[in-house]
Design a protein around this ligand. Structure first.
Ligand code: TYD
Ligand code: MG
Length: 456
């Protein structure tokens, strides 16, 4: 007989405990344990009951060339890997208010123009509110079936009666499965509801897009568990103070991961940005202390962005290290390597680091740009605006080559940069003939201060 088992589930990592505690032992989150009645029984082996036989097929079946549904919004289709794959489930995650509903409404309107049947189910907004948004986006003529509902049983039954090719569930945190006693938004509800939607997508071959809100610390609220259940995970990033929005694929079973699409939030919704590099750079091109142009790669695309550092005299006590758009631990490492190899001391300085435009950089190849920005600010030497920098820094102060340097250099050249400081070993003699851009190679961080100081 099924026995209701009481347990406490961490809302940020999903770990289960039999007793309440103030802090989750596995992820370290405070006050994240919530009591949930869990009807699941622990597995007890198979027993004697015979199961049904499953069928085996071969890899050669005709599934390989799936027909993708392209929205026609190129920045979005690229992130999907060419379009939506029928039968798949996509999680679109992001901070509340970043623009998930807006983007999905726009994408659905675009798909409906291609005669796809679309259902948009909102658990957060009334149909009237969605109509108002559509009005504002000039999309009210689109053929989209709307519903405001949260009961998963009702939703699935209605979808079975009225099949649709693409279904949006906005958001998964508001969905409610009546077989579970937990309240909506808890790990078991989110996981249980998502499971039902995924099963439905696979059964009828629809695409289901689940919207998921992200908590303060960047996890998809409650369940990281959703990430491995769905086929594709997209994160909507961007600073609400800036108009740029980046949609990034964190996981994609049907396309490249880490691909990005860039949008601009305007009064008439999200507009594609086709040439992102040119936007994230300061148009004025005046050299300032502490500003460096980094030639990065986002997904498969090169992207130039500004990295800014401010090294200021600190007050008493521990110096401040404030980082926006980069990893704070990585900054600590770069500072330690710089102190050791260049003799510059940062002990008494506050350091602020910022990636302009609200971008978030994850590549280690940004190390050299960060180091150059810090040196430039602390020694008050401007880095020439027409120079780009990239390269990874190792703990012993060596500069390591970065991937796809040719792509980076080509992008810099395309945007009118005339010089590049790059790691030794790549783009040596034979490659350098490919570019008009003037490359200067560097193999040790120790050489960086003199290199920046050099007159170009
Ligand atoms: P929304 O899509 O509702 O965010 P989410 O679903 O991720 O919570 O977007 C809300 C924000 O977008 C809100 O702050 C207003 C802004 N916005 C615009 O700037 N222009 C527009 O055309 C629309 C529809 C929204
Ligand atoms: Mg929304």
């Amino acid at each position: 007989m099924a026995r209701n088992k009481q347990s406490f589930v961490c809302q940020s990592c999903g770990s289960k405990y039999s007793q309440w505690a103030g802090r989750c032992d596995s992820c370290g989150g405070w006050n994240t344990l919530i009591e949930e009645i869990n009807p699941e029984l622990p597995p007890r082996g198979l027993g004697k009951l015979e199961g049904q036989k499953i069928e085996f097929t071969s890899l050669q079946a005709e599934t390989s060339n799936q027909l993708r549904l392209a929205t026609g919004i190129h920045e979005l289709d690229r992130v999907f890997g060419g379009g939506l794959v029928p039968g798949s489930t996509v999680l679109v995650a992001g901070d509340p208010g970043i623009g998930k509903s807006t983007l999905l409404l726009q994408a659905m309107a675009a798909l409906s123009e291609k005669n796809k049947s679309i259902v948009y189910i909102s658990g957060e907004e009334a149909a009237q509110q969605i109509r108002l948004r559509a009005d504002r986006l000039n999309l009210n003529a689109a053929d989209i079936k709307l519903a405001a509902a949260t009961d998963v049983r009702n939703i699935i039954s209605s979808l079975k009666a009225n099949p649709a090719e693409v279904i949006v569930i906005d958001s998964i945190q508001t969905m409610f499965l009546d077989t579970l006693e937990a309240s909506p938004g808890t790990v078991s509800q989110v996981r249980g509801s998502a499971q039902e939607f995924i099963r439905h997508a696979k059964e009828v071959g629809s695409v289901i897009l689940l919207v998921g809100h992200v908590t303060k610390d960047g996890q998809i609220a409650g369940p990281r568990v959703l990430e491995h259940m769905v086929d594709t995970v997209l994160y909507f990033e961007g600073d609400r103070g800036h108009q740029f929005r980046i949609i990034r694929s964190i996981k994609n079973r049907f396309g490249p991961a880490d691909e990005i699409g860039v949008f601009e939030m305007t009064t008439r919704g999200l507009i594609e940005v086709e040439n992102p590099s040119s936007i994230f750079l300061n148009a004025s091109k005046i050299s300032t202390y502490g500003t460096v142009v980094y030639a990065g790669i986002e997904g498969t695309r090169p992207m130039l962005m500004e990295i800014q550092a401010l090294v200021a005299p600190g007050g008493p006590g521990n110096p401040r290290r404030a980082v926006v758009g980069w990893d704070a631990n990585r900054l600590a490492m770069i500072l330690a390597v710089l102190e050791r190899n260049t003799g510059i001391s940062f002990n008494t300085n506050d350091i602020y680091l910022n990636v302009a435009g609200g971008l978030r950089v994850k590549e280690p190849a940004a190390d050299m740009a960060v180091a150059a920005a810090i040196i430039s600010s602390s020694k008050s030497i401007p880095v020439p605006t027409e120079t780009v920098i990239f390269g990874e820094i190792g703990l012993s102060g060596e500069v390591r080559p970065a991937t796809q340097s040719n792509t980076r250099l080509k992008e810099a050249e395309k945007l009118g940069f005339s010089g590049a400081i790059i790691p030794t070993g790549i783009s040596s003699k034979k490659n350098s003939k490919l570019y008009k851009i003037n490359t200067t190679t560097i193999s040790k961080v120790a050489d960086l201060p003199t290199l920046i100081d050099k007159e170009y």
